[in-house]
Write a protein that binds this ligand. Structure first.
Ligand SMILES: Cc1ncc(COP(=O)(O)O)c(C=O)c1O
Length: 413
């Protein structure tokens, strides 16, 4: 490896491939002057974009129903409410998960019960048996950064206990597990089209399910309790009206998300090829291991995780890679829920009666403190994340691999 530094590749995912396809679909919406999904200028033909996105999305995932919403957070709130989760219920979720994975549960009135991850950085399936109580209604699975959780044991254990499985696929659209896309293993799944995601329209989300009752409830919960004629063509209204939020997707967002969805498989093939090059170069290095991928064939491949044998190596490893112009992180936007301000706050909800923790005498209670999660603490203090993306080249991947080899020699001794 020469001593010349390679310029940093541009990080990011779907946003980096926005181009003529997105422009054409957005222009179509603008030229028709129909930015609202349910009706426009022509009463005989409702606007097509979000409806087309939902159609292609459910075909892509391989499921029966898809409902576009305004964000991945909205998708989680709608999905939990559609399953009927509320006060007195408990939902198991990994401590290592995005903000909304905790807050969406709290906003239903239910109690998030935090679980440990394992070296896949996803839920340790054995946590369901450890944490389930008669009040447990669901387990929220986060497929973290492009990699499927171990769904078979998770679904078996949850369904054996009569617990719903909600898959949060916000970070992993396109990934597969045992040949099937994620989002088809549980009872309901959610997705995000936020800026940092595999497919983006700035802000947007999707709820998918095979359950017609959950679909109908999700429609009502996302649209002020309405069940409009378009949805009745998919499933006739059978569920009673109920109060809903307003989480609809606009035609403009739908246009961008549709063009992006069509690019996901291309990005995945590209990232997988780059990842394979890096992994070949770093194979067999001592002092570090890579993230355990339960099903490598289905991995999206947009972020490699190295676990360093010793936590004190993480800082120097990160510094040296950064000095070599390698994009990397010793932390990500995710960090443990028990360290987040809204969890530590004694005033968690806007009204005290809404808090599922209102009867706790001491806060944080056991199960919400760092010392209750030795494995999550250990694993997340020892990793280096190496992002890849559609604008990275094979040469970038080789350079990253060479730099990891060089830094390992300097640091892991
Ligand atoms: C795992 C996970 N769930 C939910 C969300 C929320 O998505 P959004 O930002 O679209 O509300 C995110 C976004 O980062 C996420 O990573």
């Amino acid at each position: 490896m020469s001593d010349s530094l390679r310029p940093r590749p541009v990080p990011g995912l779907g946003a980096n491939v926005i181009g003529a396809e997105e422009e054409a679909l957005v222009l179509d919406v603008l030229r028709r002057k129909e930015p609202f999904r349910y009706y426009g200028l022509n009463p005989a033909a409702p606007p097509p974009m979000v409806a087309q996105l939902e159609r292609e999305f459910r075909e892509y995932i391989g499921t029966d129903y898809a409902l576009a919403v305004s964000s991945g957070t909205a998708a989680l709130e709608v999905a939990l409410a559609a399953m009927g989760i509320g006060p007195g219920d408990e939902v198991i979720v990994t401590a290592w998960s995005w903000i909304s994975c905790f807050t969406a549960i709290v906003r239903t009135g239910a109690r998030p019960v935090l679980a440990e991850i394992d070296d896949s950085l996803n839920l340790d399936p054995a946590e369901i048996a450890r944490l389930a109580t008669p009040r447990t209604r669901a387990v929220l699975i986060v497929h973290y950064q492009g990699v499927a959780a171990d769904m078979e044991p998770i679904v078996l254990e949850a369904h054996r206990r009569g617990i719903f499985v909600l898959e949060d696929c916000a970070q992993s659209l396109g990934a597969r597990y045992r040949g099937r896309r994620i989002g088809t293993w549980g009872d309901v799944a959610t997705f995000s089209f936020q800026y940092n995601k595999v497919a983006t329209c700035g802000e947007g989300g999707m709820v998918t399910t095979r359950d017609r009752r959950i679909y109908q409830r999700a429609v009502r919960l996302s649209d002020l309790g309405n069940y409009r004629p378009y949805h009745a063509t998919i499933v006739p209204a059978q569920e009673p009206a109920m109060v809903g939020g307003q989480f609809r997707m606009s035609e403009l967002a739908g246009a961008v998300a549709l063009a992006q969805l069509r690019k996901v498989d291309g990005m995945m093939a590209h990232c997988r090829a780059l990842q394979a090059r890096v992994l070949t170069k770093i194979k067999g290095l001592t002092g570090l291991t890579t993230r355990r991928i339960v099903d490598p064939d289905g991995d999206f491949g947009f972020e490699i995780y190295l676990f360093l044998e010793r936590a004190e190596w993480t800082g120097p490893f990160h510094e040296r890679l950064t000095a070599l112009n390698v994009n990397c992180g010793a932390r990500t936007g995710t960090y443990p829920q028990y360290n987040r301000d809204y969890v530590k706050s004694p005033q968690m909800t806007h009204h005290p009666a809404l808090s599922p923790f209102r009867d706790e005498a001491v806060w944080p209670a056991p199960g919400y403190r760092a010392e209750d999660f030795p494995r999550t603490e250990d694993l997340t203090k020892r990793f280096i994340a190496l992002p890849l993306g559609p604008l990275y080249t094979a040469e970038d991947a080789d350079y990253i691999g060479d730099c990891v080899v060089r830094v390992q020699r300097e640091v892991c001794r």
